[in-house]
Ligand binder design. Structure first.
Ligand SMILES: Nc1nc(O)c(N)c(N[C@@H]2O[C@H](COP(=O)(O)O)[C@@H](O)[C@H]2O)n1
Length: 209
């Protein structure tokens, strides 16, 4: 193995078939970040930290159009779950349904996901307050956000793909920056909900159902 150092780049070039085999194995870690351990002038070791975005904890903006492995985290994703005795096709179907006055209209919204759920809900004026489970809740207040949090907890507990996608974000800072931030649930609140759920899902006691 030949070792070189030029312009802060450590270069290694293989010389034996064994080294070539190791080099081929390392191909799987192309683009990953490694930590250098150089305790002596006789040799060194590199330990793998992980893919660059994970290692740098690059922020991840969770929106419907995100790369497919993270897409189930989005509120718009089709991630059926049950909450409060009702079935919902997506978080968006739940959230937009809260704008509706009656159970029948909420049931209709509950079946929707994706852009349609967002569009149909966007066409409804947000009432200043609404009824849910016998309580009157002011729109955009912490009680309204608590409903979002509880529904998201139900989704990530029940929907395997969504939970796996959320856990796959590792330690990355999540954001929810869209063209026009919601007046009832700011993106920062939503991102905080996801990160808190992620932390809880990592706790050993919260095994999936
Ligand atoms: N443009 C856009 N892309 C996404 O991927 C989104 N998730 C959203 N926003 C969602 O809309 C809900 C808030 O809607 P209201 O302001 O209450 O009408 C919330 O679920 C956001 O995630 N927008």
């Amino acid at each position: 193995m030949k070792l070189s150092l030029r312009n802060n780049v450590v270069g290694l070039s293989v010389e034996t078939p064994e080294e070539q085999a190791i080099c081929a194995l390392l191909g799987a870690a192309d683009g990953h970040v490694f930590q250098l351990h150089a305790a002596s002038d006789r040799g060194m070791a590199f330990s793998e930290i992980g893919p660059e975005d994970d290692a740098r904890r690059a922020p991840l903006n969770i929106v419907h159009s995100i790369e497919s492995r993270f897409a189930p985290i989005s509120n718009l994703a089709h991630t059926p779950f049950e909450f409060g005795g009702e079935r919902y096709a997506s978080i968006e179907g739940f959230w937009q349904g809260l704008k509706q006055p009656g159970p029948a209209e909420r049931r209709t919204m509950a079946k929707l996901w994706g852009a349609e759920a967002k569009r149909r809900g966007g066409a409804i004026d947000q009432p200043a307050e609404f009824a849910y489970d016998g309580a009157t809740i002011a729109a955009g207040c912490p009680e309204h956000w608590a409903l979002m949090r509880a529904a998201c907890e139900a989704k990530f507990t029940q929907h395997d793909e969504a939970r796996i996608a959320l856990l796959a974000t590792g330690e990355r800072w999540l954001t929810h920056k869209v063209r026009r931030d919601s007046r009832t649930i700011p993106g920062a609140i939503l991102a905080d909900i996801w990160m808190r759920i992620r932390a809880r899902l990592r706790e050993p006691a919260s095994a999936p159902r």
